[in-house]
Design a protein around this ligand. Sequence first.
Ligand code: NAD
Length: 481
Amino acid sequence: MHTTPRHDNLIGGQWLAGGSYTPNINPSNLADVLGEYAQASAADLDAAVQAARAAFPVWSMSGIQARADALDAIGTEILARRDELGALLAREEGKTRVEGVGEVSRAGNIFKFFAGECLRLAGEVVPSVRPGIGVEITREPVGVVGIITPWNFPMAIPAWKIAPALAYGNCVVFKPADLVPGCAWELAEIISRSGIPAGVFNLVMGRGSVIGDPLVNHPGVDAISFTGSQGVGARIAQQCALSLKKVQLEMGGKNPQVILDDANLAQAVELSVQSAFYSTGQRCTASSRLIVTEGIYPQFVAAITARMATLKVGDALEAGTDIGPVSSLAQLEQDMRYVELGQAQGGQLVAGGDRLQRATEGFYMAPALLTDTTADMRINREEVFGPVASIIRVKGYDEALFEANNTPFGLSAGIATTSLKHATHFKRHSQAGMVMVNLPTAGVDYHVPFGGRKGSSYGPREQGRYAQEFFTTVKTAYIGI
Ligand code: NAD
């Protein structure tokens, strides 16, 4: 006899029970179980792909008005329920309620944006070099798209993949992260009532090794859009190369935040705290390397540690909480291991780094700051993915730029400066997909491209109208007159 509500997979328009269920546990309060969520089997996954394939001929030829209406309805409902869904997000993932509501709003706006994009998909008609012949260049849907998402943005990342996939006429098999099925299930439930035909959108919940792998390797899947860690992403790229599937990967970051001598100190501290520690540092765009020039170094270290002492770490749903808990025990252990490793390799822990006790048992951690770190230390080369930042001291701008780019990743990069010359040079020479001047490294609008370079991203950009590159395929057609 189970006491918590059960949530099933959505396959071919039917809510189907899983062979087993896993509890969804609140990281702010381990005694709080949000519900039980079905674990799909490889056979369920196969049924979802078959349903998507069967739905594709009709959906891919459907009118753009039907698609626009459905996406608009989904966006409208998400926005109307932003407080409720934002609280659910905070309860299952651990970011604060304010951050949760913000993320849900972003997801709603993404669906609204792509409702409009349904109507804006244009092609080209160009003359042929052969007289009397016309050439038409159009974009068509890719087919069945497998969507695999991480746990840290359980609403926004699914939205920015699912919305363009549907807008451009593709069918979807969506596999969310095992840790956060609650938001994924609510999103699927909203989509299931939007007027989209059965089978066009399918939800399969479960572990990457059990259903992620078969989704990537399924011959009925034409493309994979993945966001997650670099290790899993690289493996997926290899598998897609073997089966010649289209693939798009958004992966980790080790984002630099440069602070120059001429920066506004208060602004530099605020944006560094925001991008290093908010959302518990669990953002691919978090700045975990603070690269500080020597003229401002002592003032900056003093001011940021003083500011960190004012941060309130607590229950994600409690008013006034700045930093919620880490999302899982495994992640908490990883964060604490990196704090130890940073010290073992010569870093000085000047703030935080310890596990905290609160009224309820949860995965609370005091944001950690290490000074005296160098570029070769593991803490500056590997993604920690928690509330942990380290400071690298440099002589001047040239060394700061060199260190900012001295990483295998290239997602986002920031600079705090009042020098137009340095800001302009940094924008041009930063080897990152996104550059921020006097702003946190995290926080990209929902209508512009999102993505990185080097080990952070692979394949076409996500978001905005650039999303059509991945979710459509180009056809060149000739008409002889
Ligand atoms: P993860 O790689 O462990 O898992 C991501 C997804 O892949 C999950 O749904 C997981 O179940 C699935 N998966 C795992 N093994 C698989 C396999 N063998 N085949 C297919 N799917 C498999 O990542 P995570 O821990 O959920 O998320 C954190 C990572 O995501 C961090 O590295 C972070 O930087 C990255 N991230 C990147 C972006 C971006 O846009 N660049 C955004 C958010 C998070």
